[in-house]
Design a protein around this ligand. Structure first.
Ligand code: NOJ
Ligand code: CA
Length: 726
């Protein structure tokens, strides 16, 4: 470097230092507190540094406190933490108002409208090492995250714990499941925050591969309601390269504190600048319907970088699946043996005589799918390994490319293709993510070669690498890598047992659905409470679509004569309503085809219902009690309505004002019969056709544990003739 440029560099450094000094003084002395409001002014967010340079925020809604002053920060394992000693060195505000179109979704167009505050916080005691906290305030809530920009004195660090506080304004009612590093498949408990400690033991029921957190904590999305009727939902958005967050509960003080999933060594996130945490989200409203309508979590996720998304399609499917849970007539496994290795010759196994995924059975399902307009069939148990897949923390269980001797992949594919039906691949990993990653490319190539364009993945059991958790940073990255790699092969993913979703279906739109909650399968294993599905949309589904697997018509499982006394705790009609109330662009008609043939008039709704939408209208909702939603099918003048109730009968108030004015439509109403109820009489229903217009109003009876489903379409004059007006 010559003398001249050295001098210039010095000058630049000098002026930078002066500027920095100016900012430090200006900000720390005169502008300690920063405030922004939401675009509609209902929400207000205040940021300030407390004594000792501790970052703190508070949030209010219509002048009422939602989050009282609460500290923010992170502890690191090695070296100084990001907890205190901060000064504000910069702050900036911006506003954004834009729209975008999801590939698949509840709305064709989503508005992203917020006011933003970014504060830069430096630690003088640590060489002015700095972080940023970014707040985005929408009309429906707040998102904030930590950012760790590239800088001289900070490259790598390991998180010991994140310490984001949510100091709530009261002892709210809360719908919760226990915090667990490995599963979300718990039943919900409804209580006051103060009652969580005494109810935790009872709530922590036994589930395969669970790891309840030893500190008192609950899972997110966490849904709360205050005594004065405010609805508050805490979750996260954009969970990438970071562990999932739980909420540690300080029940005496109505306070929640972030708690991250550890890795095998107890660390909670390996970070390299540039880096950021996921968004912490607080959705707020005085209307429960607004919580369900919120798009805040999707808005906080990054737009997709996929150039071509034309291959990502909604899927309505049936599957060789429910019979494994109820009928007792079939199994995933082919052989009688229970100690096998992938290297064994599976053609030499002794057939158990009950294998479900045979070529013959697949063809029956394909016929049924094609006859009834389904896009696809899921076939589980097609591949070798199921004799010995669970419970042994075994690394090499499946190879994803070798079918059982009685399942002819090529013949099934050709038959399906000739009938215009797709086959959904099944990749159960039994938690061995290492084995799956090693075989992933071959597995996806095999799918391409055999005409599969969607795969249901599964992570039942304890994770390998051993000591890792389903929700830790390693696995969070694994699921995303699988989705990204699948996109290279134009494959869609439906993951089961993965970390609960955080809106990443915006960024990776081929990750079209997830399970990550207690779904229909539990109806065959103890049952779900009748209010379960009135809670799920307020909790698990806040993060993204759920493959809930609805559509069970034969709800009394003793029907199969296998000794089971289990019951699906709904009426038949409530199962129909789920296609609208449980949003997913991937929807299964989960029952066995024979059961649909017994109720053809009710089955018509499942055949007709759309799974991708232009608009959604949340008509009525109360977590734990009821939900009524209307949606307009994507690109079609068809509307579908679903209404559900808990164990109590109720009258749903259904409006039709979203229909274009001045036109008559045919509504087919699938209703619980007067004498129906989920316990003794679940299969009694009526199907009625009436004429509706945008001015119509319907008061509809829902049986205990029941629902209502309505399809609406245009009709020509001859079809309308003779129908009564509602
Ligand atoms: C659990 C999944 O949720 C279920 O749908 C699947 O059939 C089994 N695992 C086997 O993979
Ligand atoms: Ca209830």
């Amino acid at each position: 470097m010559n003398f001249q440029s050295k001098k210039m560099l010095l000058q630049i450094r000098l002026s930078k230092t002066i500027m920095l000094l100016f900012f430090v003084c200006a900000n720390s002395l005169w502008v300690r507190a920063q405030e922004i409001t939401s675009p509609d002014k209902n929400l207000s967010l205040k940021f300030e540094l407390k004594e000792g340079g501790i970052p703190s925020y508070q949030l209010s809604y219509k002048q009422k406190p939602i989050v009282k002053p609460s500290s923010l920060g992170l502890e690191t394992q090695n070296g100084a933490s990001f907890m205190d000693g901060f000064t504000v060195t910069n702050s900036a505000q911006t506003s954004v108002d834009e729209s975008w179109n999801p590939v698949l979704g509840e709305e064709k167009t989503i508005r992203n409208h917020y006011n933003e505050l970014v504060v830069t916080l430096a630690q003088a005691k640590n060489n002015n090492r700095f972080i940023r906290i970014r707040f985005r305030l929408f009309n429906d809530g707040l998102g904030f995250r930590y950012e760790f920009p590239k800088q001289n004195d900070l490259s790598y660090f390991v998180i010991k714990e994140e310490r984001s506080e949510f100091n709530l304004a009261g002892n709210h009612k809360i719908f919760w499941i226990p915090g667990d590093y490995d599963t979300n498949e718990y039943a919900y408990t409804t209580s006051k925050i103060s009652e969580i400690p005494s109810l935790m033991k009872k709530a922590t029921i036994e589930i395969n591969a669970q790891y309840p957190i030893k500190e008192l904590s609950v899972q997110t999305p966490s849904m709360m309601k205050s005594d004065d009727g405010l609805y508050i939902n805490i979750h996260e958005a954009g969970l990438i390269n970071y562990p999932a967050m739980y909420l540690e509960v300080d029940a005496a003080n109505n306070k929640m504190i972030s708690h991250l999933a550890p890795d095998a060594l107890g660390a909670k996130g390996y970070m390299q600048t540039d880096a950021q945490s996921p968004w912490r989200t607080i959705v707020v409203s005085d209307k429960a319907t607004d919580i369900l309508a919120s798009k805040l979590i999707l808005n906080l996720n990054e737009p997709t970088s996929y150039k071509d998304v034309s291959w990502i399609k909604p899927v309505k499917f049936i599957g060789i699946w429910w019979e494994y849970f109820v009928a007792g007539r079939s199994t995933w496994a082919f052989g009688k043996e229970n100690n096998v290795k992938l290297t064994d010759d599976f053609t030499k196994l002794t057939p158990n005589g009950k294998h479900g995924a045979t070529t013959e059975r697949a063809k029956e399902y394909i016929d049924f799918a094609s006859k009834n307009g389904f896009d696809a069939i899921l076939i589980e148990g097609w591949n070798i390994g199921w004799e010995d897949w669970i419970g042994n923390w075994k690394e090499e269980v499946f190879d994803y490319v070798t079918p059982y001797p009685d399942f002819d992949v090529k013949a099934v594919h050709e038959y399906a293709a000739s009938k215009g039906v797709k086959i959904i691949m099944h990749h159960e990993t039994s938690g061995s993510a290492t084995n799956y990653e090693r075989r992933l490319d071959r597995a996806f190539q095999y799918m391409n070669d055999n005409g599969y364009d969607a795969v249901k993945t599964g992570y039942v059991g304890k994770i390998i690498p051993r000591g890792e958790h389903h929700d830790g940073q390693w696995m969070v990255n694994h699921y995303i890598n699988v989705a990204k790699r699948a996109a290279d092969y134009k494959i869609m993913i439906d993951s089961h047992e993965a970390v609960r979703p955080t809106g990443l279906n915006r960024t990776f739109p081929n990750w079209i659905a997830q399970e990550s909650a207690r779904g229909t399968e539990f109806e065959s294993m103890g049952g779900l409470a009748p209010d379960h599905t009135t809670i799920l949309p307020f909790t698990r589904l806040m993060g993204g679509p759920m493959d809930y697997t609805p559509g069970i018509f034969q709800t009394d499982l003793s029907y199969y004569g296998t000794g089971s006394t289990q019951r699906v705790n709904t009426t038949l009609v409530k199962q129909l309503a789920y296609y609208v109330t449980m949003y997913s662009p991937l929807q299964m008609a989960a029952d066995i085809p024979g059961n649909y043939e017994r109720f053809p008039d009710a089955f018509q709704f499942i055949k007709d219902v759309a799974v991708d939408w232009d608009n959604s209208y949340i008509l009525e909702a109360e977590p734990g009690d009821y939900i009524t939603i209307a949606r307009k099918a994507k690109g079609k003048n068809e509307w579908f309505i679903g209404g559900i109730t808990d164990e109590n009968a109720r009258t749903a108030n259904i409006s039709f004002d979203y229909l274009p004015a001045g036109k008559s439509y045919i509504a087919t109403i699938y209703a619980d019969a007067k004498e129906a109820n989920w316990k003794e009489n679940p299969q009694k229903y009526t199907v009625t056709k009436v004429i509706v217009t945008s001015k119509s109003k319907l008061k509809q009876y829902l049986a205990p544990g029941g629902g209502v489903a309505i399809s609406i379409k245009e009709g020509n004059p001859s079809e309308l003739k003779g129908l009564k007006k509602l």
